[in-house]
Write a protein that binds this ligand. Structure first.
Ligand code: ATP
Ligand code: MG
Length: 72
């Protein structure tokens, strides 16, 4: 079981550390980063399967997945 999720510099997530339980529910306002958390987990799973290059390309390339600074 995954016990902690740590994400840094991925899309809008600058630094996030979340202790995980058996069931985890993510809620938040629009644009708060829920999908970014989901996508980071997907990318992690793809990495474990050896498909990170294809997965990054599907996401729009490495550059689009890096934190790009605050929205203006
Ligand atoms: N590379 C990046 N750098 C910085 N911010 C980014 C990057 N990519 C996406 N974002 C921003 O991250 C924010 C969070 O988006 P996300 O889609 O994860 O939110 P959400 O909680 O799923 O919203 P919704 O409820 O509308 O689905 C958006 O404002 C988006 O513009
Ligand atoms: Mg979303």
């Amino acid at each position: 079981m995954l016990r902690t999720l740590a994400i840094a510099g991925y899309r809008s997530l600058r630094e996030l550390i979340v202790p995980l339980g058996q069931l985890n529910v993510i809620t938040g306002a629009n644009g708060s980063g829920k999908s970014s958390v989901y996508r980071s987990l997907h990318l992690l799973a793809e990495t474990a399967r050896g498909g990170v290059i294809t997965s990054l390309a599907r996401e729009g390339g490495l550059q689009s997945t890096l934190w790009a600074g605050p929205e203006r």
